[in-house]
Design a protein around this ligand. Structure first.
Ligand SMILES: [Zn+2]
Length: 241
């Protein structure tokens, strides 16, 4: 069975929206290719399982859902621009800044990318949000329920009768738990320890796993994906303790 990408009717969007989108694309440097196939090329909107399985707080997940509700499948891009106040009201808060901690969690794992663009109604800036369909490259958390069940050593409910699909057939190195991941992010202030960015954070093993380094919190630190990649090339010795 093959699922064809749905053919979508040509959409006419208002001029102000076209202008805003052009500004967003100009403001933002698009990331390159993702490592994992988009799972939302089905005919229906799907929320990324990897966000739900990432261990973000339930409120951050609710915020992600409310943001994703603004995705426009006909327009076909991944930009949404509800105001922070509107998102806060949807979350049953009275003020926009109440949702900042949850937004911070989503930004930290690359589930939401905040783009600041000029506001056509005045001199101020406004935020537009991009919700990538797939995890950022370098994502090491679970991306599917199969991963999650395997990590927790529980049989996936849909594995019955299909031994080849069993993810727990072969023992493997345990993945870093999401509890540990978030504890390290919180300890390090949700910032890359090398460059300070709050975006696309990853967990770095100070003593690399191939050299016997484990998942103890003392052996872990927060680096953004690009600093983590550079560190692999030996360019980050100043961060190494
Ligand atoms: Zn960095």
């Amino acid at each position: 069975m093959s699922l064809e990408k749905p053919k979508l009717a040509q959409v006419v969007i208002p001029a102000w929206m076209a202008k805003l989108l052009a500004q967003v694309r100009e403001t933002e440097q698009e990331e390159g290719t993702f490592e994992i196939e988009a799972e939302d090329e089905l005919p229906f909107a799907q929320l990324g399982s990897w966000v739900a399985l990432s261990g973000v707080s339930p409120r951050a997940m609710a915020l992600y859902w409310f943001m994703a509700m603004h995705l426009n499948l006909k327009r076909g891009d991944r930009y949404v621009w509800p105001s922070k106040d509107a998102l806060a009201y949807l979350m049953q808060y009275s003020r926009g800044d109440k949702i900042d901690p949850f937004l911070k969690e989503l930004v930290a794992i690359g589930a939401v990318i905040v783009v600041s663009v000029p506001d056509s109604s005045g001199p101020q800036k406004r935020n537009v949000y991009r919700l990538p369909a797939t995890p950022p490259s370098g994502w090491s958390g679970p991306v599917s329920t199969h991963d999650w069940y395997a990590d927790h050593n529980v049989e996936h409910p849909e594995n019955l009768g299909s031994p080849s699909a069993s993810p727990i057939a072969a023992p493997r190195r345990p993945r870093l738990s999401s509890r540990t991941r978030w504890a390290v992010f919180a300890r390090d202030g949700y910032r890359c320890l090398a460059c300070g960015t709050p975006e696309n954070l990853t967990i770095d093993h100070i003593e690399h796993q191939s050299r016997g380094g484990g998942h103890e919190i003392e052996n872990l630190r927060t680096l953004c994906h690009s600093c983590n990649s550079r560190r692999g090339a030996g360019a980050l010795d100043e961060v190494d303790r």
